[in-house]
Design a protein around this ligand. Structure first.
Ligand SMILES: Cc1cc2nc3c(=O)[nH]c(=O)nc-3n(C[C@H](O)[C@H](O)[C@H](O)COP(=O)(O)OP(=O)(O)OC[C@H]3O[C@@H](n4cnc5c(N)ncnc54)[C@H](O)[C@@H]3O)c2cc1C
Length: 426
């Protein structure tokens, strides 16, 4: 059955959330600026500011909604999470106030799925409580989109794993209590069975953050980079630091990246909606050639295209979220929603690019200044097409899924060849 409505009780919660995010959380983006600020759990001032807000979120039963009941969360499902994340995507601070900030969400998921009881007690519980943050350390300086090229290795010596190698773009490593490191442990296995995940407390001897890499939108201040370039110098962890089984690294990474990608798409909807709201306000405010921008057809075209693309993207995200919920409820066969998630990943980068670009353009010179949030958001355009895998990899996955469903033409001409069909129709 097709149904596009939200249940009224939950809509009530969403209405409260939107008001709360706009009123209480968006100001934090200006009071504590910087892409890393929400993750800096050691900043006493920002923590004191968000604690009462987090308590309010908990009171309303909206804390850490990304985990289902079987994984220790309240279990809202992906459709509700999508509606919530769209609101949270408006602000850098909002996911932290609601206990659903990436990459901690994905790390919490894999700890819940693959962690031992000890690992859950030590890492998952404080992560879920918002007391610590974590880092996923997978990409390497010489290889990103193709994990088969990863070289960072862990060798077993007595009752320890010894990790040696480098990792690149380990986001939030500088704030993290622990790192989840993907390392080659079984080089003798076929490529997808060579790696494992190891949980490494950040203060383990040998963990060296070479530098914190900055991206577009960060300032030149030494404090701004959050993407750790890390060297693991003979880092020793006990054997029980492994998350999952030896050789299961790919499986664990996939479990994490699927959800992560769809959550990013959900939050991106929120940023796009905010940019569209800005476009509408500007078009209704500014005069040129004796009439408001809103009355010029080129401007109307930009607004119409943006709204249409946003609605199409929202439908794709909601269908993906709904499919995951249906699979989990056992109502549809458990075919992984990988292709839909890949579609979201591709479309997210494109829709975000197009809408932010138009929003900047409609604001004229003011749009490119640092006096509006748009320039900062524009900095995210390139990252969205790369983080969690480049667009090309996901497009190839989508295409292959469809090509697999098809077959070659039965004869010399395509099956839609009109003369052939006329002949066959008698
Ligand atoms: C903001 C941000 C945050 C990130 N956070 C993390 C993190 O926390 N932890 C972590 O481990 N990593 C993180 N990454 C790294 C991210 O996962 C990689 O950037 C991504 O996997 C791509 O790898 P790469 O950068 O090495 O690009 P490469 O693999 O070198 O790819 C470069 C380009 O080559 C082309 N290409 C690559 N593969 C193919 C293909 N199969 N077919 C066709 N063309 C292809 C594409 O044009 C692609 O853009 C982050 C990246 C960004 C931008």
């Amino acid at each position: 059955m097709w149904n596009f409505s939200t249940d009224p009780d939950f809509q009530h919660q969403l209405d409260w959330m939107l008001d709360f995010v706009k009123r209480e959380i968006e100001p934090l983006d200006y009071r504590f600026p910087g892409h890393g600020a929400p993750y800096d759990v050691r900043n006493a001032e920002s923590r004191a500011a968000i604690r009462p807000l987090q308590d309010e979120v908990r009171r309303r039963g909206l804390w850490a909604c990304h985990l289902g009941p079987h994984l220790g969360g309240p279990g809202f499902g992906q459709v509700r999470l999508a509606l919530m994340n769209e609101i949270l995507g408006r602000s850098y601070w909002a996911p932290t106030v609601f206990g659903t900030a990436a990459p901690d969400t994905g790390n919490a998921e894999i700890l819940a799925m693959f962690g031992t009881d000890e690992q859950k007690d030590r890492y998952l519980k404080p992560l879920m409580d918002g007391e610590i943050v974590s880092c996923f350390s997978m990409t390497e300086p010489q290889a990103g989109a193709d994990p088969k090229e990863f070289a960072c290795k862990a060798t077993q010596q007595g009752n320890e794993w010894v990790i040696e190698g480098e990792k690149w773009f380990s986001s939030n490593a500088r704030y993290a209590e622990f790192l989840i490191v993907m390392a080659v442990t079984n080089p003798e296995n076929p490529p997808h069975g060579r790696m494992s995940m190891l949980i490494v407390p950040t203060d383990t001897p040998g963990v060296e953050i070479i530098r914190n890499v900055k991206v577009m939108g960060d300032s030149h201040s030494a404090d701004d980079g959050i993407h750790g370039y890390i060297r693991y110098n003979q880092v020793r962890v006990p054997l029980d630091a492994m998350l999952g089984q030896p050789g299961e690294g790919f499986k664990v990474a996939q479990a994490r990246l699927g959800g992560g990608r769809v959550h990013h798409a959900m939050r991106t909807l929120g940023k796009c909606q905010r940019a569209l709201d800005m476009m509408v306000e500007r078009a209704n405010s500014r005069q040129t050639q004796g009439k408001r921008l809103a009355e010029h057809q080129f401007v109307q075209g930009m607004i119409a295209d943006s709204w249409i693309e946003l609605e199409q993207f929202r439908m794709l995200v909601m269908k993906t979220a709904w499919t995951i919920d249906e699979i989990e409820a056992g109502r549809v066969p458990p075919i992984a929603p990988r292709t839909l998630i890949a579609m979201c990943k591709v479309q997210m980068a494109k829709v975000y690019h197009d809408i932010i670009q138009r929003a900047i353009h409609i604001h004229g010179s003011l749009g490119v200044t640092l006096e509006l949030p748009l320039a900062d958001w524009w900095g995210g355009v390139a990252s969205l097409a790369l983080a969690d895998g480049p667009t090309e990899v996901h497009k190839a996955q989508v295409a292959k899924a469809l090509l697999k469903r098809g077959a070659a033409a039965p004869g010399l001409f395509p099956s839609e060849h009109i003369p052939t069909r006329m002949k066959a129709s008698g």
